[in-house]
Design a binder for this molecule. Structure first.
Ligand code: C2E
Ligand code: CA
Ligand code: CA
Length: 381
């Protein structure tokens, strides 16, 4: 690890220097100042644990202040790339906020130094653009939600052995006023980054319950709703769903939940939610099994009622022997732990026949039907 020793009175860097590193003070006291002589302006006095020199690294501009050791000091050198790489990997909104603060700081400093405010209107805003468009999209989504402009489509799920549509998966849709349809993968991810996922999730459940009210039949079909781990942290969500179902007098069992990917499922929390669901006769499936973050540990620790095999495997089943063996093995695995098997992305008869032959319970995909508005689902019965 690189360290820098300074004696009292020695400069670490001076105003106008090109930056390459930032520093963490381990011992001693440092002074940041700008100007010299009568125009010397002390900006800060820093001690152990304080970071200095990071600002010029962040916005790749010359040092706007000098760093002087007031006592013998020891500093840890933080390479500029360590900071730059992290910034590049950070959320564009965080970068934009940091950028804004940086501009404000430079402008204040310029004022303090008697040079008048800096002209940030002349700066190209290109760097903050990704952050800005994310902010915009997010407030448009908030608007769409409050105006009930999110639509829910229903994709039929076939019970293979009986040949009947046993239920539907609820898939949310958003038609952006200028961009057109925005993929749920994009806006759900965006909503998950903030607490916006909570009202979006509640909305989808409310709409799904109202749909079930109209889908009533004998036997009663189910509607499966996607829920991400972030939504499960909203403790009241499932209780609200149960109350809604009871208020409408819907039979238990008609609502199912699909838990979608998550980097880190909090097992304690998810186990509690699953238990709560089971007490209220709501089945829970593990979505996208076999890809991303959906792995065996989830099945080991959590009592899922069903496993949903990701479309990737089905798509390649007849072109790759390995994909076919994987599907076969997952179906056997599900049977061994008494979980229902559901396969999504079924597009051909051949795929469906194969799934039937290995004892898979449910199939979903364009062969059976696309996600459609409720009216179409009702008309198709
Ligand atoms: P998912 O849960 O894996 O949903 C299946 C996706 O595959 C859907 O895309 C569906 O339209 C598409 N699909 C279904 N059958 C076929 C097929 O035969 N071929 C092909 N090529 N595609 C098929 P969609 O609707 O774009 O949804 C994408 C993802 O967005 C979903 O993946 C789900 O993770 C998420 N999502 C959708 N609605 C919600 C929601 O209400 N809440 C949450 N948390 N996530 C949602
Ligand atoms: Ca799903
Ligand atoms: Ca999937």
């Amino acid at each position: 690890m690189l360290r820098k020793m300074l004696s009292a009175g020695e400069y670490l860097f001076r105003e106008g220097d090109q930056p390459s590193s930032a520093f963490l003070i381990e011992e001693g006291t440092m002074e940041m100042h700008s100007g010299e002589g009568r125009r010397r302006l002390v900006l800060a006095r820093l001690g152990p644990g304080d970071l200095l020199g990071e600002m010029a690294v962040v916005d790749r501009s010359p040092r706007t202040a000098s760093a002087l050791a007031l006592s013998d000091s020891v500093l840890l050198v933080i390479d500029g790339d360590q900071i730059k790489d992290r910034l590049a990997a950070s959320d564009p909104i965080i970068r934009m906020l940091l950028d804004g603060q940086m501009k404000r700081y430079r402008s204040m400093l310029s004022l303090l130094q008697g040079r008048g405010p800096t002209d940030s209107a002349a700066d190209p805003a290109a760097e903050s653009e990704p952050g800005l468009s994310k902010f915009r999209l997010e407030s448009h989504l908030r608007d769409a939600l409050s105006q009930h402009k999110l639509e829910v489509r229903y994709q039929p799920i076939l019970e293979i052995a009986s040949g009947r549509v046993a239920g539907y998966e609820a898939l949310v849709r958003w038609e952006h006023p200028t961009r057109g349809p925005v993929s749920p993968e994009e806006f759900i991810k965006l909503a998950e980054e903030t607490s916006l996922i909570v009202p979006v999730g509640e909305y989808v459940f409310d709409v799904a319950c109202a749909a079930l009210d109209r889908l009533r039949a004998d036997p009663m079909p189910f509607v499966a709703v996607n829920v991400s781990a972030r939504q499960l942290a909203n403790e009241g969500l499932m209780q609200r769903v149960v109350e809604r179902r009871e208020a409408l007098g819907l039979p238990p069992g008609c609502i199912k939940v699909e838990i979608t990917e998550s980097q880190a499922l909090d097992y304690g929390q998810v186990a509690q939610v699953i238990e709560h669901c089971h007490r209220n006769r709501i089945e829970v499936s593990l979505d996208d099994f076999g890809t991303g973050y959906s792995h065996l540990t989830h099945l080991h620790h959590l009592d899922f009622d069903a496993i949903k095999i990701d479309q990737e495997f089905v798509r390649e089943m007849f072109s790759s022997e390995r994909a076919m063996s994987i599907v076969r093995a997952i179906v056997a695995l599900g049977q061994a732990i008494h979980a229902d098997l559901m396969v999504e992305g079924v597009e051909t008869r051949e795929q469906l026949e194969f799934l039937r032959s290995i004892g898979c319970r449910y199939a979903q995909g364009y062969l059976i039907g696309k996600p459609e508005p409720l009216e179409s689902a009702l008309a198709a019965r």
